[in-house]
Design a protein around this ligand. Structure first.
Ligand code: ADP
Length: 486
C-alpha cells in the first residue's frame, strides 16, 4: 500500500505554507509514472522568506545561538530516535518517490540515523586552540558557525543526503534553507517535520521544494547566504560556483559526479570480485555518483571475468522496488532513462561489444536491463562520461602502472577500487590514484566517520567525518594584550 503523504507544503519558521505565487508541481512514482502528490512550488520569493527566517534564527540573541552546544547534540540525538521510529515510513516514502528498492532504502535510512548520531556527538567538541604568539599577549582561536547555509539536494539518495548535510550544519551551529531535488521532494518534508518534533527551534531548518533554475538559483544568488553545499551534476556544480561569487562570496562544498575506476588484478579472488563489480555499478540502477563505471580487468583473467560478469547481469532481478525479490527498480524518470539508453546506443555505435541487457523493460515505469559492454576503449563516450545507469563497461589492461595511469586519465576523481591479493599492488594503487575514496577488496563501504568527496572535477570539500563539520565553521583569532609584569 502506498504511504500516506503527510506534508506537501513549504516549511518556513516551523510552519507549513503555500508558495507565495500559489504554484504547485506534481511528483511521481518512477515504478509506473503515477502522480503520488502535488507539492508547493517554491520560487525566489519563497527562498527569500526562508533565508530571512534562517537569518533571524542565526541572530546573536536567538534561541539557537544561545543554546548550549551539548543541547544541540541532544536535539540531534532526539531527531535520530525519531528517524528510527519512522524508519518504515521514511523507507517506503523513499521507494515510492525515488524507485530505490525498499531493502536498500531501509539500509540507507538506518545509516542516516547513524550519521545523525555521529554528528550529534560532534556538537560539543568543536574547539579552538590556544596559540603561543610572540610578545606579551594571550592568543586563542574560536570556531564559529559560518551563518545561513543553502543546502541543495540530489534525487538519488534523498534521505541520506538531507541528513548528511543538515545535521553537519546543525552540529556546527548554522541555520539553513534546504532545496530538495524536484523529482524527490517528499522525504525532505517528512524529515523537516521530525526536526520540529525533536525541538529544533523555528527558522533553524527551512525546506523549500521547487526547481533548480528558479528556487535553486535564487538560493545560490542570495546575498544573505554564507555557504552552499550542493550534490548533483558537474554542469550545475559549475553554475553554482559562479553564482556563489556573484552577489557576495559564498563558501562552496560541491559533491559532483564521478567516472570511478575499479581495477581487478590477475591475482584477485574472482568469487568475490565479480559480484562486487556488479553491485558497484548496478546497485540502485547505477544512479550513484560512486558507481564503478570503468571496470579495468587484467589481461590474464579478462575472458573468464567477462563471462562471469555476463552471467551475473543476466540473473539480475528487475521489478517493483517495494518487492523483496527485486534487486533493481526503475530509473528516476523518463528523461534519465532516455539519457541512459542514449549512452547504450552510443556504446554500440562506437564499437563496444554489448553482451547482455541494455533494453527498456515494459512500457510503464522506467526500467532498464543491466547492460554489460566488453572491449571498451578509453576514448569511447561510455568510458568517459558519467552515465548514471546500470551499464558495466569492461576494459582490458596489462600492468598495474598502466591501470593507474588510465584510471587517472579523467576529469573526475571521486572513488576508485582494486581487487588484488597483493598488499603491494593495493598500496601503490591507493597512493597514486587521484580519488577521494579508495576501496581495496571491497566497494561501497561507507561510514559517517569517513570523509566523502572528490579530487579534480568531482568536487570541493568533504561530507562526513571531522572534515565535513570544518566546512561549516569560521576560525576566529583572538589576541589579548597582557601586562609585562605581574
Ligand atoms: P541531475 O542532472 O542528476 O538531475 P542536477 O545537478 O540537475 O542533477 O540537480 C541536482 C540539484 O540541483 C537539484 O536539487 C536541482 O533542482 C538543483 N539545480 C539544478 N539546476 C540548478 C541551478 N541552476 N541552480 C541551483 N540549483 C540547481
Amino acid at each position: 500500500m502506498a504511504p500516506e503523504i503527510k506534508y506537501n507544503k513549504i516549511f518556513i519558521d516551523n510552519q507549513w505554507v503555500d508558495a507565495v505565487n500559489g504554484k504547485t508541481f506534481e511528483t511521481f512514482n518512477p515504478h509506473d509514472g503515477a502522480t503520488i502528490a502535488t507539492v508547493a512550488e517554491g520560487d525566489k520569493e519563497d527562498i527569500n522568506a526562508a533565508v530571512q527566517s534562517a537569518k533571524r534564527a542565526f541572530h546573536r540573541n536567538s534561541e539557537w545561538r544561545l543554546m548550549d552546544a551539548s543541547q544541540r547534540g541532544k536535539l540531534l540525538n532526539k531527531f535520530a530516535d525519531l528517524v528510527d521510529r519512522d524508519l518504515d515510513y521514511l523507507s517506503e516514502l523513499e521507494t515510492y518517490n525515488n524507485g530505490m528498492v525498499l531493502t536498500t532504502c531501509r539500509a540507507f535510512v538506518g545509516a542516516a540515523a547513524h550519521h545523525i548520531r555521529y554528528n550529534a556527538s560532534l556538537a560539543d567538541k568543536i574547539q579552538g586552540n590556544t596559540v603561543p604568539c610572540d610578545g606579551d599577549v594571550f592568543s586563542y582561536t574560536l570556531k564559529q558557525p559560518v551563518g545561513v547555509c543553502g543546502l541543495i539536494l540530489p534525487w538519488n539518495v534523498p534521505v541520506l543526503m538531507f541528513i548528511s548535510k543538515v545535521t553537519t550544519a546543525l552540529a556546527a551551529g548554522c541555520t539553513m534553507v534546504v532545496k530538495p531535488a524536484e523529482q524527490t521532494p517528499l522525504s525532505a518534508l517528512a524529515l523537516a517535520a521530525l526536526l520540529a518534533e525533536a525541538g529544533v527551534p523555528p527558522g533553524v531548518v527551512n525546506v523549500v521544494p521547487g526547481f533548480g533554475e528558479t528556487a535553486g538559483a535564487a538560493l545560490t544568488h542570495h546575498p544573505d547566504v554564507a555557504l552552499i553545499s550542493f550534490t548533483g551534476s558537474l554542469e550545475v556544480g559549475k553554475l553554482i560556483q559562479q553564482a556563489a561569487g556573484t552577489n557576495n562570496l559564498k563558501r562552496v562544498v560541491l559533491e559532483l559526479g564521478g567516472k570511478s575506476p575499479l581495477v581487478i588484478m590477475d591475482d584477485a579472488d574472482l568469487n568475490k570480485a565479480v559480484p562486487y563489480a556488479a553491485q558497484a555499478v548496478f546497485r540502485h540502477q547505477g544512479q550513484v555518483c560512486i558507481a564503478a563505471s570503468r571496470l579495468f580487468v587484467q589481461a590474464g583473467i579478462y575472458d573468464k571475468f567477462v563471462q562471469k560478469a555476463v552471467e551475473i547481469a543476466k540473473s539480475w532481478k528487475l521489478g517493483n522496488p517495494v518487492l523483496e525479490t527485486s534487486q533493481n527498480g526503475p530509473q528516476i524518470d523518463e528523461t534519465m532513462m532516455n539519457k541512459v539508453l542514449g549512452y547504450i546506443e552510443k556504446g554500440k555505435s562506437e564499437g563496444a561489444k554489448l553482451l547482455t541487457g541494455g533494453k527498456r523493460v515494459g512500457t510503464t515505469g522506467f526500467y532498464i536491463e543491466p547492460a554489460v559492454f566488453a572491449d571498451v576503449k578509453d576514448d569511447m563516450t561510455i568510458a568517459k562520461e558519467e552515465i548514471f545507469g546500470p551499464v558495466q563497461s569492461i576494459l582490458k589492461f596489462e600492468t598495474l602502472e598502466e591501470a593507474i595511469d588510465r584510471a587517472n586519465a579523467t576529469n573526475y576523481g571521486l572513488a576508485a577500487g582494486i581487487f588484488t591479493s597483493s598488499i603491494e599492488s593495493a598500496l601503490q594503487f591507493s597512493k597514486h590514484v587521484e580519488a577521494g575514496i579508495i576501496w581495496v577488496n571491497t566497494y561501497f563501504q561507507l561510514g559517517a566517520q569517513l570523509p566523502f568527496g572528490g579530487f579534480k572535477e568531482s568536487g570541493i570539500g568533504r561530507e562526513g567525518g571531522l572534515d565535513a563539520v570544518n566546512s561549516y565553521l569560521e576560525v576566529k583569532s583572538v589576541t589579548i594584550s597582557l601586562p609585562k609584569k605581574v
